[in-house]
Design a protein around this ligand. Structure first.
Ligand code: SF4
Length: 472
């Protein structure tokens, strides 16, 4: 049986139990350096602080928990490459890509991509729950993660989704009974849904796969709230995670969601008082907490964000709000904290590492980039956004989208449509160089599938096994 909230984040080989762990009711909260696991956790720990709550505790561990993820999601090639890179660079300082030189086609593979801690944790809990509860009805509140293969695999095991990703009900609540199992996805859920499940006799957190890095955002919002700041959430208002964060935050303090810099500019106009207050309620409909008073609740604010946003955008939004507050109240730099909570962004380590790895990858000369992931995956779309700034980029959900050497189906996330493009591979004699990465919910097996398909267009499929031996 899966564990209740926070109890499943036990880490292995804990050397020091810490205050932060007690606070979060965990065995251990975070780490300072050491040998990181296959889940590629970050090396933020150099400062002896708790990554989840920023508490200053002496936190040490040697190994993070490793997860039992179905073998079909693993790739011998990618595992061998990741393992070699990890051995060469244990503290993850080197974000240059790995070159796979197959002669006519060269692939620059990002230093960091694929399943993150939260996704592996969610997959382990979900499949274990299915295995251990034969005969019981098992529901997921919505897609567990934003990857079609993983979600389809769960559906094929009899799991049903109660809602779609935008919160539209697929199965009425009244069809559930107290005997049913409901799994909370990695994005977490709202307090309202937790309450609803409780009322039906279903223990809401018994099968909880909420990622600790999402819970960290909730903790940050609560900390800000305790100091009487309003919370501004930078996130996609309809995204499951942002809806959950909004719900948790508004429980403690007035909260408003902004999705991008354009909305931030519009919110800033209300901070400055240059827009009539009554327009706010129409303009930000559905994005502010009940009782939000725009004339009072934008005087003292702090910013948290969905864990998968673009790092540069979150930074720019926080800076802009800070500057606006400073201008409105004529604050000197040393007075800003009176009205602007100084929060580090609440992006998760996987988002940070994947985006940094893309930046490193983009330093290389290349003809095109391929980004692999679910079309509704927020973190993947931001990797696409970064690549698009530099070169032609194709966002594909699997190798099946690579139709031939000349044709590809790919997702245009700006306009939410799948496009059919031709001649996506360079039509030249010199080697084609392709940058390749994937989102945090994409199985490595799919990335290997993409590599195999690309090689097949050049008659080089057999080279994959050679590459496994080279890196193995
Ligand atoms: S992308 Fe980040 S927040 Fe989301 S599940 Fe992975 S580690 Fe957790």
């Amino acid at each position: 049986m899966a564990a209740a909230r926070s109890a499943s984040w036990a880490f292995e080989e804990v050397t020091v139990k810490n205050k932060a762990a007690l606070k979060h009711n965990m065995d251990l909260v975070m780490f300072t350096g050491g040998d990181l696991s296959d889940t590629n956790l970050p090396n933020y720990g150099q400062s002896d602080s708790c990554y989840l709550c920023t508490a200053q505790d002496n936190v040490q561990t040697n190994h993070m928990k490793t997860f039992n993820v179905p073998i079909i999601y693993r790739s011998p090639l990618i595992s061998a490459i990741k393992q070699q890179r990890k051995q060469q660079d244990r503290m993850k300082k080197d974000f240059t890509p790995t070159l796979l030189d197959f002669g006519p086609v060269r692939i620059q593979l990002a230093r960091h991509f694929g399943f993150c801690y939260g996704v592996e944790n969610a997959i382990e809990i979900a499949f274990k729950t299915v295995d251990e509860n034969e005969g019981k009805r098992i529901f997921l509140l919505s897609e567990m993660i934003h990857n079609p293969q993983v979600n389809n695999d769960l559906l094929s095991r009899g799991v049903k989704f109660l809602m779609d990703t935008s919160g539209r009900q697929l199965i009425p609540w009244d069809e559930l009974s107290a005997d049913d199992i409901v799994i909370i996805p990695a994005f977490g859920t709202t307090l309202e849904i937790e309450g609803r499940l409780q009322d039906m006799g279903i223990t809401p957190l018994q099968y909880n796969t909420t990622c600790p890095f999402v819970e960290r955002v909730w903790n940050k919002a609560e900390q800000i709230a305790a100091k009487e700041y309003t919370v501004i959430v930078h996130g996609k208002p309809k995204h499951e995670e942002t809806r959950a964060t909004f719900s948790h935050s508004r429980h403690h303090t007035p909260t408003v969601v902004v999705k991008d810099m354009e909305e931030t500019h519009r919110l800033a106009a209300y901070i400055l008082g240059t827009q009539p207050a009554e327009q706010f309620y129409e303009e930000f409909k559905g994005q502010y907490s009940e009782g939000f008073d725009v004339t009072k609740h934008l005087q003292r604010v702090g910013v948290v964000n969905q864990t998968t946003m673009l790092a540069s955008e979150t930074q720019a939004i926080a800076d802009y709000i800070k500057q606006t507050i400073q201008e409105k109240y004529q604050l000197a730099d040393n007075q800003v904290a009176e009205r602007f909570a100084d929060t580090r962004d609440t992006l998760c380590y996987a988002t940070n590492d994947n985006q940094t790895a893309v930046t490193g990858m983009l330093e290389e000369e290349a003809d095109l980039a391929i980004v692999v992931g679910g079309y509704n995956s927020s973190n993947t779309s931001h990797l696409v956004e970064l690549c698009e700034e530099k070169l032609p980029t194709y966002f594909v959900s699997s190798e099946e989208k690579l139709l031939s050497r000349d044709e590809v189906l790919h997702w245009d996330f700006h306009h939410h449509q799948e496009l059919h493009s031709t001649q996506f591979l360079p039509q030249k004699e010199t080697p084609a160089t392709i940058l390749l990465t994937s989102g945090a919910s994409c199985p490595d097996a799919i990335v290997e599938g993409v590599i195999r398909k690309l090689l097949s267009f050049y008659g080089l499929e057999h080279k994959v096994n050679e590459a496994i031996e080279t890196f193995g």
